[in-house]
Design a protein around this ligand. Structure first.
Ligand code: FES
Length: 176
């Protein structure tokens, strides 16, 4: 039967009925949308330049799971029903920048900038999931990361300018 793929990127709805099943989410984002912060680095899941946040409803647990995926390895046809967030969805010049972006800037954490959107998404995912921990009462009080969580949040992102120190400092500024 003919099926339509429905998903959202940064709140924008996409509905596709014809697509090459081998198309990756990265190829789609780069060629069919304006969300070009997502970058092709290694193309094989090793660098994090293409990371996006995937939000997916889990009907068994009746909750939404938010996690990062390498869009270079994610087939577009696997994101049916999902909501995808790129760095543009975290914050932008029109709707206002997110504190992550402001602090990356304030800490001079972005050099060439190629890896920065992926780092932004990684830290955003860590913050969102820390917030969820708060809501379940496991970490009462404030929705902050531990120092270790903040450091590890960008563990899957490579920076070829090797400017990790200001990036880690910017991430740690969100730690309790
Ligand atoms: Fe390197 Fe996707 S491009 S992980």
């Amino acid at each position: 039967p003919h099926q339509t793929l429905v998903f959202a990127v940064n709140g924008e709805r996409f509905e596709l009925s014809e697509l090459d099943p081998s198309t990756t989410l990265l190829e789609f984002l780069r060629s069919q949308t304006s969300f070009k912060s997502v970058k092709l680095g290694c193309g094989e899941g090793g660098c994090g330049a293409c990371l996006v946040l995937l939000s997916k409803y889990d009907p068994v647990q009746d909750k939404v799971d938010d996690f990062t995926v390498s869009s270079c390895l994610t087939l577009l046809c696997s994101v049916n029903g999902c909501s995808i967030t790129t760095a543009e969805g975290v914050g932008n010049s029109k709707d206002g920048f997110h504190p992550i972006q402001e602090r990356f800037s304030g800490f001079h954490a972005s050099q060439r900038g190629y890896c920065t959107p992926g780092m932004c998404v990684s830290l955003y995912s860590a913050l969102i999931n820390a917030d969820k921990t708060d809501r379940t009462g496991l970490r009462p009080g404030f929705s902050k990361l531990t120092v270790s969580e903040a450091e590890k949040s960008i563990a899957g992102n490579l920076c070829r300018c090797t400017g990790y120190r200001p990036l880690v400092d910017a991430c740690k500024s969100f730690a309790a």
